[in-house]
Ligand binder design. Structure first.
Ligand SMILES: [Zn+2]
Length: 309
């Protein structure tokens, strides 16, 4: 199993009180290194603008980069969501987070590896021409489009168990039958999208969760409303938007998952990949803002993700 990451991803600074901080990634990497998981760390390359433009127009990306300040931090959005920040070191962090997925696609297709992209900033809120929710480039969406273009993959499924709805991923693939998007998320909650009647062209599967949802309820709803639909779609590859903010310790949401629930959730996804997708899975870090929850949950996630021979 390969872990793509890069020191540049630790250099993005969003402000001292901001929940999307470098310590998130540090606690994940430290936890993996002190576990007995057999993984190979690889450095995430910088994504190229050409590949990014499979999802986001070049002009939009250049505009984001042109706003990067010489010093301090600036927000790219208007109030009340002025929390998607740029700092002087943002460009490489953003490009490496996306580049991890592109490199992972090659390892997946040419070496049949399982891969986790331990990166920040996250990506699932990034829409075609709108950065928001701490996200600039939709890492998972660019990887899906790249797999389709380079390797002629016809059907890609994106499964998103982050506690927030991936409004960006949904918007990008809303009219695209070749990509299925299944998401479980607390509702109502940021970003406000993801109602169950948002179904795209029959390729979008939203499962809404009430505040206070327990582990047992989550697993059941996820199975009924997301996994069953993805199983029916028979994807050739599964990409995971892995956010760990549905954990009971998370400060940004109100769902009550335990760390070991991320083993069960991941295992159920991997079972579908083993049935329909030749076991092909790439997972991407999205949210998760409690450091202890992250360091525990990542091990559960990777233990379920690792290939069992
Ligand atoms: Zn989230």
């Amino acid at each position: 199993m390969i872990i793509y990451t890069h020191n540049d991803c630790l250099k993005k600074f969003n402000g001292h009180a901001h929940p999307e901080k470098k310590e998130r990634l540090e606690s994940i990497i430290n936890s993996i290194k002190s576990s007995n998981l057999k993984v190979k760390f690889k450095e995430a390359p910088l994504a190229d603008l050409e590949t990014i433009s499979l999802v986001h127009p070049k002009q939009h990306i250049e505009q984001i980069f042109s706003n990067i300040p010489q010093e301090g931090i600036i927000g790219v959005e208007k109030e009340p969501y002025a929390d998607t920040m740029l700092c002087p070191n943002s460009k490489n962090a953003i490009l490496r987070s996306c580049g991890a997925g592109i490199a992972a696609a090659t390892d997946l297709m040419e070496k049949n590896e399982r891969i986790f992209c331990a990166v920040r900033p996250p990506g699932h809120h990034a829409e075609t021409i709108r950065a928001n929710g701490f996200c600039f480039i939709n890492n998972v969406a660019v990887t899906a489009r790249y797999l389709q273009k380079k390797y002629k993959i016809k059907k890609v499924a994106i499964i998103d168990f982050d506690v927030h709805h991936g409004n960006g991923t949904q918007e990008i693939f809303f009219k695209d039958q070749s990509v299925a998007y299944g998401s479980s998320h607390e509702f109502p909650l940021f970003p406000g999208t993801g109602a169950e009647d948002e179904t795209g062209v029959g390729n979008i599967f939203n499962a809404t969760l009430k505040a206070g949802t327990t582990s047992k309820e989550f697993i059941s709803i996820f199975d009924q409303k997301v996994l069953k639909a993805i199983d029916k779609f028979k994807p050739e590859i599964i990409l995971i938007s892995a956010g760990f903010d549905a954990h009971k310790r998370d400060p940004l949401a109100n769902i009550s998952l335990e760390s070991d629930d991320f083993f069960k959730i991941t295992k159920n996804i991997v079972d579908i990949a083993n049935t329909h997708s030749k076991g092909r899975v790439i997972s991407f870090l999205e949210g998760g803002y409690d450091l202890q929850a992250l360091s525990e949950s990542i091990i559960e996630h990777l233990n379920a993700l690792k290939p069992h021979i």
